[in-house]
Design a binder for this molecule. Structure first.
Ligand SMILES: C[S@@+](CC[C@H](N)C(=O)[O-])C[C@H]1O[C@@H](n2cnc3c(N)ncnc32)[C@H](O)[C@@H]1O
Length: 226
């Protein structure tokens, strides 16, 4: 496939999955007790080793090759920015700057977010900002449970607080994420199409350059409900 020819996810599911609400309600009321893998505990320790314990935290969840993590660290120099991905190969890929020019206020760790999110929450940590940029869409109807909004770990995402932003090129994914969050928060979560004038990630650039519509939700989880 050539570079600017990527396709939006093809799915037989035209709208929010019929089972999503029931799934989210179950996850909100039943504790998720999957044991933690030691490698993810170590990743959590590594992610926080360089943190001074005071700087506001930013999590780039599923950061891929990490370009967004670097941009976020540059944009928020007084924050500690953690880029997490399960793929060591992606994390190791060449960065847009030489190592000497990479910001010092960030760290990349390989971990499974299913554990990593819960470990941060169990530590009582709160995020200032949380980015979930172009998560794997899992567009097949039968793969609902693999999408973050329908995954048992989902309730830990709002629990971490901060300004949460999720972006996707599949409108259904963002609609499902917003609905799941609205159920968790008890308030509506707006989302919309947006223009990626300055793409934050390689996937965003590729989708934009392929002429696709991109979708985003951004919500302050700590905002008081009026
Ligand atoms: C479609 S890519 C998007 C990467 C990047 N955010 C971007 O926009 O360029 C999704 C990323 O999520 C990562 N990922 C998927 N499931 C994960 C999990 N359970 N834990 C950590 N990373 C995961 C994948 O390895 C992949 O790099």
């Amino acid at each position: 496939m050539s570079y600017a020819n990527s396709r939006i996810p093809i799915s037989a599911q035209p709208d929010v999955h019929a089972h999503l609400v029931a799934r989210v309600r179950t996850h909100l009321t039943h504790p998720f007790r999957k044991p933690f893998a030691d490698c993810n505990r170590l990743a959590r320790d590594r992610a926080l080793a360089g943190w001074d314990g005071r700087a506001p935290l930013i999590l780039d969840a599923g950061c891929g090759v990490g370009h967004s993590t670097i941009e976020l660290a540059r944009a928020f120099p007084d924050h500690w920015v953690i880029g997490v991905d399960q793929s060591e190969d992606r994390l190791q890929r060449r960065k847009p700057y030489p190592a000497a020019l990479l910001p010092a206020n960030m760290v990349f760790v390989r971990a499974d977010l299913v554990d990593f999110w819960r470990l941060l929450a169990d530590d009582g940590l709160r995020l200032a900002r949380h980015y979930i940029l172009y998560p794997n869409p899992w567009p097949k109807i039968g793969h609902l449970g693999r999408r973050w909004p329908a995954h048992p770990v989902f309730p830990f995402i709002p629990r971490l607080g901060g300004v949460l932003e999720c972006r996707s090129n599949w409108v259904v994914y963002v609609a499902e994420f917003a609905l799941a969050l609205a159920l968790a928060l008890g308030r509506p979560v707006p989302w919309s199409a947006f223009e990626a004038v300055r793409p934050l990630t390689p996937f965003e650039r590729k989708y934009r350059d392929s002429g696709q519509i991109l979708y985003r939700l951004c919500v302050d989880l700590d905002a008081a409900v009026s």
